[in-house]
Write a protein that binds this ligand. Structure first.
Ligand code: SAH
Length: 392
């Protein structure tokens, strides 16, 4: 399956040239390396060049749709902090984007739980452009930026990650049936140059250790061309988070589109709110993938913590009272504002929009009690794109 993708026209862009010359020099690169460069290259990477959010950007995330999203998440985390009664915790957000979610959560905390609003805020963000946006938005909070989770304070942490894990680079493997009676194998799927354009090529077979880490041995027998995904960075972030929460206490909400199981080929690219080829203008399109919550759960458990959920975002928000809250805040609003708010909430909750593609889970210390709204049965899963629209 070494044909080039049909639609790459990336020649000439500075990042394409850098990637192509690296491949010419060293051979094909991993999918994770390609995504890492396309999103994170210091000069031309997608998250470093621009603010991609909102109507003028490439995609709109839940906190940018309505402040009610952050308000409900803030209420939920305040409730968890209250249950844990742990004194002065630190606050954490992974991938804060424009800072809107943290601003909305802090607004709620300032009203109902001032000790959370007073706590230091730790932000995991690589993009200098977005760090500046966050600083402007969240002043005068006591802010600390991190590239990873190595130096968190030794205190309980209450955290959130909305659309963070989907943006981390994944690797892919492709199943190849054996020829003439030989056994088939999972092979690394790499990015190479085919007739001067970027395209997928097969790499070496996965080692026994890699088969274990990717959790492929227990999968049903694959068919030729099936794709498997593994996100080493997600594994690393969850391991540190879970180890911290197991040692010091706290809780971290993880909200993302994804499934409670392995997914197949979920890599997707979006530019100007439209799906594009994954090799389209590297650095100009957002690349993301579906999060495999079962992989996050395995890691959390291995580190002495647990991951509860996922439930759908629609069920979660309904269970914690978004409808009642919407009614309360629209009481004094004029008709147009009311219509706008109801439309925004529908976008967050309805299963035709973001409500069932997006899932909510939480990392907690080990134990048996289930937090409210995360023990709901999951509705039947469908394939959705990043904005939640069902794909047939
Ligand atoms: N949570 C925000 C933004 C989601 S987009 C919202 O819901 O609107 C993903 C965010 O993660 C961006 O802020 C991006 O810069 C950040 N990010 C992406 N890759 C990262 C990495 N490897 N390490 C740290 N932050 C990263």
């Amino acid at each position: 399956m070494n044909e080039p993708h049909p639609s790459q026209t990336a020649k000439g862009s500075p990042l394409f040239e850098a990637i192509a010359s690296q491949i010419e020099q060293d051979g094909p690169i991993s999918v994770a390396k390609y995504i890492g460069l396309a999103l994170g290259d210091a000069d031309h990477g997608y998250y470093h060049k621009q603010d991609p959010f909102g109507a003028d950007g490439d995609f709109t995330t839940a906190p940018e749709i309505s402040g009610l999203f952050g308000e409900m998440c803030g209420l939920y985390l305040a409730h968890m902090a209250d249950l844990c009664a742990l004194g002065q915790p630190a606050i954490l957000e992974l991938g804060p984007g424009r800072g809107s979610l943290m601003a909305d959560m802090r607004h709620v905390w300032s009203q109902i739980m001032p000790q959370l609003a007073k706590g230091p805020v730790h932000l995991v963000e690589t993009s200098p452009t977005l760090r500046q946006r966050q600083k402007d938005r969240l002043a005068p909070a006591d802010l600390y930026w991190h590239k990873d989770l190595d130096d968190l304070p030794a205190t309980p942490i209450f955290g959130i990650a909305n659309e963070f894990f989907d943006a981390l680079p994944i690797d892919q493997a492709i199943w190849r049936d054996g020829q003439n009676g030989t056994a088939g194998s999972w092979r690394h799927r790499l990015v190479g140059l085919i007739d001067g354009r970027l395209g997928f090529v097969d790499g070496a077979p996965l080692s026994k250790a890699e088969i274990d880490i990717w959790h492929l041995a227990s999968q049903p027998t694959p068919a030729d061309g099936n794709i498997a995904e593994y996100c080493a960075m997600a594994d690393a972030y969850v391991a540190k988070l879970a180890t911290h929460i197991a040692s010091y206490g706290g809780a971290c909400l993880v909200i993302d589109y994804g499934r409670d199981g392995s997914i197949g080929d979920s890599l997707q690219a979006v530019a100007n709110h439209q799906p594009v080829d994954v090799f389209h203008q590297p650095g100009d399109a957002d690349l993301s993938h579906w999060v495999d919550f079962s992989a996050l759960r395995r890691t959390a458990t291995n580190c002495g913590a647990r991951l509860v959920g996922p439930v759908t975002q629609g069920d979660f928000l309904q269970a914690i009272g978004i409808a009642q809250r919407t009614e309360a805040v629209t009481k004094l609003a004029d008709a147009e504002t009311r219509r706008g708010l109801y439309a925004a909430v529908d976008r967050l909750v309805s299963s035709q929009q973001m409500g069932s593609a997006f899932k909510v889970a939480m990392i907690l210390p080990s134990g048996t009690g289930l937090p409210p709204a995360l023990q709901l049965p999951m509705i039947k899963d469908q394939q959705h794109d990043r904005h939640g629209a069902s794909q047939s």
